[in-house]
Design a protein around this ligand. Structure first.
Ligand SMILES: *Cc1c(COP(=O)(O)O)cnc(C)c1O
Length: 481
């Protein structure tokens, strides 16, 4: 029997598919990965892989990361900087969005650098083969051991505060240097940027806003001149640049425009103190589309504003263009990944006319809804052509009333065993995942041209016990009991 294609209802899951456009869509403006389509079984397909089949093969919850979308975002950033900035530029991936071997290696293969915020992230990036010359180490409370790893591996340290400056001087006095600088120069030094609080407000969630004066990150502007003097007086500190980051999930471009002027003003001031500022790092923060009402600027548009603002700020002050560094996290990887869950139980409350549909994960694999009240959208991967006739609450399986994946989801009628796919889960999902309720963390697969490769294995119950120790005293008690 030949099946006739059924016309797609306007409000089916297929409606989230990316319309192909001549200029190529900006991944951060798309709810689904760029390769998403509906196949002949009316299933969602990503990277040439049938999503329900992936769940059969790898179980759920499952993070499905689309290589083509991630590479497209890397290239759009890189190419846009080349087009719009006449000087040198470097895009570094803010890997706290999702740091693991495969993601770091893939991004490095596109020529991007990486920023890390802990010894663990740094270790992972180095193990993935990321060049230390393109690795930047952030953080507002780096330990001596973390700084030592950064310095000896040759990464650049983005200094956040006075305590860290003193700690770096102490480490230098103890002879901690990158082997490269020891052999290359008479007076070895540590390559640093200084992070400052720019005093720029933006509209985003309070917890992810970092640019206003009352922030735990960066040097206060009132103290910067004394910082410059301190760095000038300590030759072991080779300050090559300035950094600021104003926040995350930002849809306006004006704050990034204003930031360029603030940073160039400080660059001029630092030069008066004899600091050889060659690099300006404007941070990340470009938002992505999580729901159809989110309307972020494209990667191209954001880069253009950042570049033009930097060029204008430098021209107005008559200074040479610095090497322009940017640090996108969310907008590089957020839209490249979806999370597939299996639908389990449901519960209807007749008096409220409300239905809960429960999936086999929740706040442990995606803590953003409970942490930031973030909204997501979902489709049912095995019912892509069905009209979304139901409004339900998608609940997680954790012992926490707030463990709600989507408070109000438009879905087709679901039954137990359906594959529910939550979109745009590439950023701050796996990296913030926990073992709450002793749920093993999910697997992640990288999909590309019909192939799926495991990049993170699903944790097992044995993994959960790996760090557990039962003191002997308790063992005997148990045996005696
Ligand atoms: C989190 C962070 C970024 C990336 O932010 P996104 O909003 O994910 O682009 C960049 N730089 C610093 C210092 C950060 O802390």
């Amino acid at each position: 029997m030949v099946s006739t294609p059924i016309a797609t209802p306007k409000n089916s899951g297929a409606h989230y598919l990316v319309e192909p456009t001549a200029d190529g869509r900006s991944p951060n403006q798309s709810l689904l990965p760029l390769t998403a389509k509906v196949n002949e079984q009316n299933h969602l397909e990503i990277g040439g892989c049938d999503v329900p089949t992936l769940v059969e093969q790898f179980q759920s919850p499952l993070y499905i990361l689309d290589e083509a979308t991630l590479r497209a975002a890397c290239r759009q950033y890189r190419d846009a900087f080349q087009r719009h900035y006449p000087g040198e530029s470097l895009v570094i991936y803010a890997s706290k969005a999702w740091n693991c071997l495969a993601v770091c290696a893939l991004i490095a293969s596109e020529g991007l650098g990486i920023d890390v915020v802990s010894g663990g992230e740094l270790f992972t990036a180095l193990q993935a083969g990321v060049s230390p010359a393109q690795t930047y180490f952030h953080g507002n409370n780096k330990s001596a051991a973390e700084l030592e790893l950064a310095i000896t591996s040759g990464a650049t340290v983005v200094v956040d505060n006075w305590s860290e400056l003193h700690l770096l001087v102490d480490l230098a006095q103890a002879g901690i240097y990158s082997p490269d600088v020891i052999t290359a120069t008479e007076q070895p030094s540590i390559r640093i940027l200084l992070r400052l609080t720019p005093g720029i407000e933006c509209h985003t969630h309070d917890y992810i806003r970092t640019g206003s004066i009352d922030s735990k990150f960066g040097f206060d502007p009132e103290q910067l001149e004394s910082v410059f003097a301190f760095v000038r007086d300590h030759a072991v500190l080779n300050c090559v640049g300035l950094h600021a980051h104003i926040g995350s999930q930002i849809f306006e471009v004006q704050p990034h425009h204003d930031l360029a002027g603030v940073l160039v003003d400080w660059m001029v001031k630092a030069t008066e103190y004899g600091l050889p500022i060659q690099e300006i790092d404007v941070g990340g923060g470009l938002g992505i589309r999580y729901t159809e009402s989110d309307d972020p600027p494209s990667i191209e548009a954001w880069v253009q504003v950042v570049c033009e603002a930097m060029v204008n700020a430098c021209n107005e002050r008559g200074v040479a263009l610095p090497r322009l560094i940017s640090e996108p996290g969310r907008s590089l990887i957020g839209s490249a990944c979806v999370t597939a869950y299996t639908v389990g139980s449901d519960k209807t409350i007749p008096s409220l006319n409300k239905t809960y549909v429960t999936v086999d994960g929740g706040m442990s694999d995606n803590p953003r809804p409970i942490t930031y009240q973030s909204l997501y959208r979902a489709v049912v991967a095995n019912r892509m052509h069905e009209a979304m006739t139901e409004t339900v609450t998608v609940a997680g399986k954790h012992c926490e009333s707030g463990d709600i994946v989507i408070p109000s989801a438009q879905l087709p009628k679901t039954t137990s065993g359906d594959v529910l796919v939550v979109m745009a889960t590439g950023a701050y999902n796996y990296s913030m995942a926990s073992n709450y309720n002793r749920l093993p963390r999910p697997a992640a697969v990288l999909v590309h041209q019909g192939e799926a490769n495991i990049i993170l294995q699903r944790e097992t119950y044995d993994d959960l016990l790996r760090q557990d120790r039962l003191p002997h005293r308790l063992q005997s008690e148990q045996n005696n009991g």
